[in-house]
Ligand binder design. Structure first.
Ligand code: SAM
Ligand code: ASE
Length: 354
């Protein structure tokens, strides 16, 4: 219950107003290598030692470390006659160091270097109703992914961003439904293959083809998917222009949210036409699995999906949608037996059959 004091003290507004200070503190600590250095160090370090090793000012470093303690990203150790010493918290060690299997380092880097710059033009994006690449980066390509991949370096950064989240919540979306009847699966726009790896590990009888643009497939082969992932193969192409590889199940993870309703239905119709009719257990035909951050039907949340929808406005041609919106798009393309599974984490799953 709100007390009189809380009515007069706008705690939430103050927190929102300065929320970016938190993001920027995290970005800088990651970019400067604070968590990496503390992880490599055999013992806790003082601000002076960190400043020396990172070639940063002692005063600035002290303030950054102190803010990281407030954010519970670092802990302190005090000794009566020595300086305060800092070490990583368990959360920082698991999620902020580059080599950890659950690292979010590259997501944070992409947020800092790309998303933060795009959000500088959020008001313009809302006014114009379209992404702001031209203002933010001087790119005037009409093709969305030519703008997103404006250099090879930027493409690799985007792929690293796409890669990291599936090590944290990929299993939940892949096992939201029993996909074992689908033996031949195609991950359209499968990118770095992180979700594909989760899929073949959860379904030992299935094989998976990653379909993506040629330069993405080349990079994925070189840097992300090893030869040991024997049940994963690749196919280069454009899913709007080229024939799709035949499959029992198509996965579209974070694809439709990049595109308008019209382009989404166009892609779903193509999938409907090339989807094989094999599964007699769960439904009559082949299927499609959508993986997206679903909005609640009554617009009440979740906040993450609402904010992601604004991000889709500044960065893409699409939006986040409700379960009923995806049902409408799938139905328009001919799909039936539509089942929605919300996971309580960022991404949810929708299975539809032919
Ligand atoms: N499915 C991945 C995931 O969830 O991590 C990646 C999603 S990412 C937002 C969109 C993917 O679609 C990128 O890998 C991009 O290269 C691919 N893509 C975009 N346009 C495409 C097209 N016309 N044909 C094939 N792939 C495309
Ligand atoms: C896309 C997904 C993302 C296109 C651009 C993107 C993400 C960030 N930029 O399909 C991942 C989701 N995160 C946010 C903030 O939207």
């Amino acid at each position: 219950m709100a007390t009189a004091d809380e009515d007069l003290y706008p705690r939430k507004i103050l927190e929102y107003m300065e929320g970016f200070l938190v993001s920027k503190t995290l970005f800088s600590a990651c970019e400067l290598g604070v968590f990496e250095l503390l992880n490599a160090s055999p013992r806790p370090m003082s601000a002076a030692q960190l400043a020396q090793a990172l070639s940063t000012s002692e005063d600035g470093t002290e303030r950054l470390l102190s803010a990281c303690v407030g954010l519970e990203l670092l802990t302190t150790h005090t000794h009566p006659d020595g300086p305060v010493l800092f070490s990583n918290t368990e959360m920082s060690r698991v999620f902020l160091t580059k080599s950890s299997p659950k690292s979010l380092y590259h997501s944070i880097e992409y947020s800092s270097r790309t998303i933060y710059l795009c959000w500088h033009y959020l008001s313009d994006a809302i006014r114009d109703g379209k992404n702001q690449y031209e203002k933010a980066f001087g790119t005037n390509s009409k093709d969305l992914f030519e703008a997103l991949y404006r250099s090879d370096e930027e493409m690799v950064k985007f792929m690293q961003l796409m890669n990291s989240i599936w090590n944290i919540c990929g299993r939940d979306v892949i096992t939201a439904f029993d996909l074992s009847p689908f033996r031949c699966i195609c991950d359209l726009g499968g990118c770095s293959g992180a979700l594909a790896k989760q899929c073949v590990s959860a379904y030992p009888e299935s094989t998976l083809t990653i379909f993506d643009l040629p330069k993405v497939v080349r990079t994925s082969r070189q840097h992300f998917v090893s030869e040991q992932d024997e049940r994963i193969s690749f196919c280069e192409g454009d899913f709007f222009k080229d024939a799709l590889p035949p499959a029992d199940l198509y996965i579209l993870a974070r694809i439709l949210h990049d595109w308008t309703d019209q382009r989404s239905v166009e892609l779903l119709v193509k999938i409907y036409q090339s989807c094989r009719a094999v599964c007699s257990v769960c439904c009559a035909g082949g299927g499609v699995l959508l993986v997206e951050a679903l909005l609640h039907e009554d617009d009440s949340g979740p906040l993450t999906a609402q904010l992601y929808s604004l991000n889709m406005l500044v960065q893409t041609e699409g939006r986040e949608r409700k379960g009923s919106d995806y049902t409408r798009l799938l139905t328009a393309a001919g799909f039936t037996h539509i089942q929605i599974h919300t996971t309580g984490k960022i991404y949810d799953a929708i299975l539809a059959c032919k």
